[in-house]
Design a protein around this ligand. Structure first.
Ligand code: ASN
Ligand code: ZN
Length: 328
């Protein structure tokens, strides 16, 4: 039975009609794109509890039920977004860095949607991506946000390269690389997760690279996320604040790209195209499992020297931005 690759269509979570690659097999159409690397597959976890599901996936490679239709029109908007957004992130890495999937060898990208019941999160579990539907009060389904998908897939890229330990400063850098690439793929703003946030009185995303302090810090609700090394979280929660202290490095990346004066230090921005190359090179060539913020600064400076020369404006931007966030 031959497998044909054809174009599918379907409405996504915001009701837009999207076009994407699907496979035709035995008279059915599947959310399987065989044109990118060794494939991009999107399947349905049928609301199995996320901890159990993730374990089944890690131990036995269980991914969920195949999503199939009698015609190439797909009817689950959550699955459509997961599939299309995974294709978009694949294309970003290929075009921007020449990387074929997260391992550079075309590794199959699997996304499971409808993980858990009203689960308010998404994750890379070391094998695949898993997406909750959100509770409908705070969040919509997580596959609806391109930056969230880029964030999760970047965890896979990090795991295959620097493999930054998921705790303390190295963990915050791991989180920050995911936020930076999330903001680069979903290029029109510097917020993360704003597209799945159910807009309440305070319309906002999960995190802001531009202004971390504008988002309430969940570990210290009276304050925003830290935007300077002196404000770093030093407690034990969240693996030592990996999702909190990431904002310090996020702010540096923002300043390198867009420029600005922060704590009295002025950075001349160099734009997104050069900034993403600097971070990708730092991640894949210089950072290691135990790199701290200071090593990140050094890695970014070295990457900028390699790419643009030691006396370049790019090196100066990196130095100034890290100075601005208090990292030596
Ligand atoms: N969405 C979260 C993240 O990617 C899941 C986690 O805590 N690992 O950071
Ligand atoms: Zn993350």
């Amino acid at each position: 039975n031959a497998i044909d690759q054809v174009q599918g269509t379907g409405k996504n979570l915001t009701g837009e009609v999207k076009t994407f690659e699907v496979a035709k097999k035995n008279g059915y159409y599947y959310l399987a794109d065989e044109t990118r690397g060794n494939g991009i597959n999107t399947v349905d976890a049928k609301h199995v509890n996320y901890i159990l599901f993730s374990l089944l996936s890690q131990l036995f490679g269980v991914t969920g039920l195949e999503i199939r239709e009698k015609s190439p029109t797909f009817t689950d908007p959550t699955a459509v977004d997961a599939h299309v957004n995974a294709e978009t992130v694949y294309d970003y890495y290929k075009k921007t860095f020449g990387l074929n999937s997260y391992d550079g060898k075309g590794a199959k990208i699997i996304s499971s949607v409808h993980v858990g019941k009203e689960w308010n999160n998404a994750a890379w579990n070391g094998k695949q991506m898993i997406y909750g539907d959100g509770d409908g009060e705070t969040f919509r389904p997580f596959s609806g946000a391109l930056d969230v998908i880029a964030h999760e897939l970047t965890h896979a890229v990090t795991e295959k390269t620097a493999n930054l330990d998921y705790q303390g400063e190295s963990g915050a850098l791991n989180e920050s690389m995911s936020d930076i690439m999330g903001a680069m793929v979903d290029r029109d703003d510097w917020e993360i997760g704003e597209d799945i946030y159910v807009q309440g009185e305070k319309a906002q995303g999960l995190r802001s690279l531009k202004d971390p302090a504008s988002i309430p810090n969940p570990l210290n609700p009276k304050e925003g996320y830290p935007d300077h090394y002196s404000k770093r979280y030093t407690g034990e929660e969240d693996n030592g604040g990996v999702h909190i202290n990431s904002s310090i490095n996020n702010k540096a990346a923002y300043l390198i790209s867009e420029g600005g004066t922060h704590y009295g230090v002025t950075t001349q921005g160099i734009g997104r195209e050069e900034t993403e190359q600097i971070y990708y090179r730092a991640l894949t060539k210089y950072l290691t499992a135990t790199s701290n913020f200071s090593a990140m600064r050094q890695a970014a400076i070295q990457a900028a020297r390699d790419l643009y020369g030691k006396d370049s404006k790019e090196v100066k931007a990196v130095e100034d931005a890290y100075q601005a966030v208090g990292v030596q």
